[in-house]
Unconditional design. Sequence first.
Length: 410
Amino acid sequence: MLIKADRARGSARQGSALLMTLVMMVGLAVMGASLLAMGRSQGQERRAWQDRVVAELGARAGVAEAWARLEAGQPGTVGVEGARVPLGGATGWVEVEQGGSTLTVTSTAVSGHAAERARVTFTQESSSLFRWAAFGDEGLIVRSNARTDSFDSRLGAPDAAPPLWNGDVGSNADILVRQNAQVGGRAVSGPGGAVTQLDNTVIVGGIHQAPAPQELPPIEVPGLESEGSLTVTNHGNEWEGGSRAFDDLVIANNASLTIKGPATIVCNTFRLRSNARIEIDAEDGPVRIFVIGDFLLHSNAFLGSDRGRPSDLEVNLVSDNVIDPDQEVDLDEVDFDSNTEVWGTVYAPNAVVEIDSNLELFGSLVARRVILDSNCQIHYDEALAEEGPHSSAEWALSSWLSSPVSWRER
């Protein structure tokens, strides 16, 4: 009986040990399975994180590659949705869309199960001396019934559409807008200046103050040997492009001259008499005129592009008609008479320029001081900000947006 009891107790102990072993084995198995699952989960998370990083870097690489292509004058598109190309360590495609002064680059990159899309917007910021209808360094006056507005020569002639309202006037000093005048744009005074607006005036773009003055660079006159003085007395004269210099250049009453660009003309005195015409043929390039002394446009004269593009003609006036009490100077005449029509840019950093009644300027005027007489009109060409002389345009980053990518696109 003792033996049977001992065997029974031994069997019980063995059963308990076996059960304990089984429990431990099951426990170890469960623990092993849990550790294995945890390791796999961490590996998957690590892999997903790596894919996201690679996809994001790929999207950025796509933006950089598209921009490099655009700067090289090539199409910025890289690959297409259905035919991906390598982007860094990922694959993807880049789309480029440009509208006016806005450029949008959309780069999509895929790595594993991760996808990233970067949508980057650039805006074109123009820097131009001729970004005004009229600008006077030391002051500007808009007299009664004078007006400014704007048009865009890239869209056609000014009379083909209603006027635009970017005919800004500006100064590094003060601006006076007299009764019944209309500024079809902004009035921008200098940092320490002010805009005075009298009764019954309209300033469409409001009154502003510039944070910094605009610099007026000196005029560099080409060194050309003079051919002497010349007077054009009849119709139908044509000059081919090139460089010419004169002591005095006069277009007589009712005479006409066509100048084919590209051309550079330097003269001491420039006189366009009543009913005289100078037409610019700039199909092959613009025309630049440099005047050292007197510049006179008499009534009913015409000076400008024959295709309605102010960027075709650049008039540079070295003339100084401002009396300096500390110096004796030979004052030059700068005169824009009534009913004259000018298509171009006029730059006179040393002169007071007074635009007479009923004169129309299509383009831009920048001078030491500017006076716009009653009933004169200046129509600013918005194309000058990008295409005119002394202009430059640079792209600047406007926004960077990350957006989701649908499963269908991955």
